[in-house]
Design a protein. Structure first.
Length: 310
């Protein structure tokens, strides 16, 4: 019979490492309840101000709940992770971190915004921008084969720090097992994020989650895949959208151009400071590859749902 396990809140790790000892062992079909810490490992709190940013201990960033050993899992199998439930723990933060993000050269000063997540299904940026709360775990992965103190931040074929906002409640994530037992871990939860997470933070939040694990012995996949429960953006499905673009031979540069144009639009048309516009682009603007087949000139779009503006 399937069981429910409660992952201990005092067990975290900060790197992918095949030598990390499993904290709990489960069977296929079991559910695990986790309470993940925010990505700063409690270095930032509800009462913090921007002065905390330069003092961050980066060795404590990305605390993950795990590893979870799945009985019977072997390299070549697929681990299905069904996201049964996710809830924020009442607050979150977004920051501009010098040296990081899509527009690191444009925004060199630290910035911190604390969000109240207790006022319903939206949180507010200023008094007229309502950001839908749609929680997901930014990092979910199995241990990479042969990993030894591998940093959490870059994702890989094993999953990890994918920051894929469609991995919300009702979605099933499929991961290719690379080591015996899979050694699954998760954390880096976000209350909200746009596709791209362009300023390098979503609304970083401690999170409650319930995940059900199923081992698929007859399926192999090359990299993560997922099945969503419905529309990709259900909270703004009926909205009009405003789009800006970047055009050229480099998708990264095109994304930068599209986001710069979006910041200009948000500042001029909606009265946001450049910093708040950049943060909003990370939390509610979706990047899209609109065209990639036309003689080496690619189009990247940045799209904002107009329904967030009151």
């Amino acid at each position: 019979m399937a069981k429910t396990h409660y992952f201990p809140t005092d067990e975290v790790h900060f790197t992918w490492d095949a030598g990390n000892a499993p904290v709990i062992t489960i069977d296929s079909g079991d559910t695990v309840v986790v309470h993940t810490r925010d990505v700063s490992d409690d270095q930032i709190g509800p009462d913090s101000n921007v002065d905390v940013i330069p003092e961050l201990n980066w060795d404590r960033v990305y605390p993950l709940a795990g590893p979870i050993f799945v009985n019977g899992a072997q390299p070549g199998d697929t681990l299905a992770v069904e996201i049964l439930d996710l809830h924020t723990q009442g607050w979150g933060w977004t920051a501009i971190l010098p040296g990081l993000g899509l527009l690191a050269d444009d925004f060199s000063e630290p910035y911190l915004k604390i969000f109240d997540l207790t006022t319903g299904d939206v949180t507010w940026l200023g008094d007229h921008v309502a950001i839908p709360i749609d929680p997901f775990l930014g990092t979910m992965g199995v241990c990479p084969a042969g990993a030894s103190a591998v940093p959490i931040m870059p994702p890989g074929a094993f999953g990890g720090n994918m920051d894929t906002r469609q991995l919300t409640r009702g979605t099933t994530l499929y991961l290719p097992v690379q080591v015996e037992g899979a050694l699954f871990s998760c954390g880096d939860a976000h209350a909200a994020q746009g596709d791209g997470e362009v300023c390098v933070t979503g609304i970083e939040s401690p999170m409650y989650g319930a995940l059900r694990f199923t081992l698929l012995k007859d399926r192999s996949i090359p990299a993560p895949q997922y099945l969503t429960a419905g529309p990709l953006a259900p909270r703004v499905a009926g909205s009009a959208w405003y789009g800006t673009t970047g055009v050229g031979p480099d998708l990264y540069a095109g994304a930068q151009e599209a986001v710069r144009a979006m910041i200009d639009y948000l500042s001029s048309e909606h009265g946001l400071t450049p910093e708040d516009a950049y943060v909003l682009a990370s939390l509610a603007v979706d990047l899209r590859i609109s065209e990639i087949v036309d003689a080496g000139e690619y189009v990247v779009s940045a799209l904002v749902p107009l329904s967030i503006f009151s």
